[in-house]
Design a protein around this ligand. Structure first.
Ligand SMILES: [Zn+2]
Length: 117
């Protein structure tokens, strides 16, 4: 499956974006944050991500090595995407659960041991 274009966002609708992302495999991570949130992680280059609204409503949370900006909606609390860097390239991760029209149960999930990385 190739990358497809999805719309997504937070719960209250303040944060809305378009992401061109390959959902042929998503990642479930057992680190202290992902496991609490139930993240289904999909990676894409920042250039394939467009934030349409809600940028001024985001709170930036960082932990551990402080490399990822966990951006959650200040109104509804949902972190529908995050920004980071991978090998010098700006990356975005989206939570596949926050993409419109995506059935999480239909996705192929790879489990990553983030707790012990
Ligand atoms: Zn919201």
């Amino acid at each position: 499956m190739a990358a497809e274009t999805y719309e997504g966002g937070c719960h209250c609708g303040a944060v809305r974006y378009t992401a061109k992302v390959d959902l042929s495999e998503v990642v479930s991570c057992n680190c202290s944050r992902c496991s609490r949130l139930g993240w289904l992680i999909a990676f894409l280059p920042a250039s394939e991500f467009t934030l349409h609204s809600g940028g001024d409503n985001l709170t930036d949370y960082q932990f551990n090595k402080h490399v990822v900006h966990h951006l959650f909606c200040s109104t509804c609390g949902i972190e529908s995407f995050a920004r980071g860097e991978h090998q010098g390239a700006e990356m975005v991760v989206v939570n596949a659960r926050c993409l419109d029209g995506v059935d999480p149960a239909s996705l192929s999930v790879r489990h990553v041991d983030g707790r012990n990385l």
